[in-house]
Design a protein. Structure first.
Length: 218
């Protein structure tokens, strides 16, 4: 039986893409405990990247990137949860597993699974789906998927640090360097970086405050 674990990284940042990570292996062959993949959120970046490079020895790794501009465009017609469901469905269809285990991103597991199955071809209607909160701590195969997603997100952010020559940290609204970077870039360029999620209230606030400041200066 082919089992696919799924998790996401980068759901909430104001800068950069969201990534869905998938890891699939034969159920009888899953020996990921040897890799120490549990508690992936607590791993250092270097440790996580090292584990990511080893995953291919145990199974197949899948990634789905949803860029900031795609998030903004899709949010005009659907919720962030629905965007995530579509991204999960993309990975599931490519992997074609017998069983899927997902780190549940919303309160109701049954509702989530029903919505996910509606995005999939009919052949998946009789496949086994498990969706649980903190699944990345409970199921090693989801822990591996989490590592794949987080590693992809971290590499993406590091590329942006290099592109702009500025370490804005995580890209999340709670990081002061992230806000400082956006404010400075907007002040200098007259627009936000193209990797900004303009539909986020954080971005809207920064643009509004900059516009008001410009009027006051005028």
């Amino acid at each position: 039986m082919k089992v696919l674990g799924l998790d996401e990284a980068g759901r909430g940042p104001v800068i950069g893409s969201m990534f869905i990570g998938g890891f699939m292996a034969e159920e009888v062959d899953v020996e990921l405990e040897d890799l120490d993949v549990k508690d992936s959120k607590k791993l250092s970046d270097d440790k996580r990247e090292g584990l990511r490079s080893e995953l291919g020895e145990y199974g197949d790794v899948f990634l789905k990137e949803v860029t900031a501009s795609e998030v903004d465009e899709l949010r005009e017609v659907m919720s962030l949860n629905e965007i995530e469901i579509q991204a999960f469905a993309d990975v599931i269809e490519r992997a074609d597993p017998d069983k899927v285990i997902i780190d549940l991103p919303e309160p109701d597991a049954d509702r989530f699974i029903a919505r996910l199955k509606r995005e999939l071809p009919g052949k998946f209607s009789d496949r086994e789906f498990v969706a649980e909160h903190e699944a990345d701590d409970k199921f090693p195969i989801v822990s591996a998927a989490s590592i794949a997603a987080k590693s992809a997100r971290e590499n993406h952010i590091e590329e942006l640090h290099q592109k702009y020559g500025y370490d804005f940290k995580s890209g999340y609204p709670h990081d002061k360097p992230t806000i400082k970077f956006l404010e400075t870039y907007l002040g200098e360029k007259g627009e936000m970086p193209p990797e900004t999620r303009m539909s986020w209230s954080t971005a809207e606030r920064i643009v509004k405050e900059s516009s008001q400041k410009g009027l006051e200066d005028f």
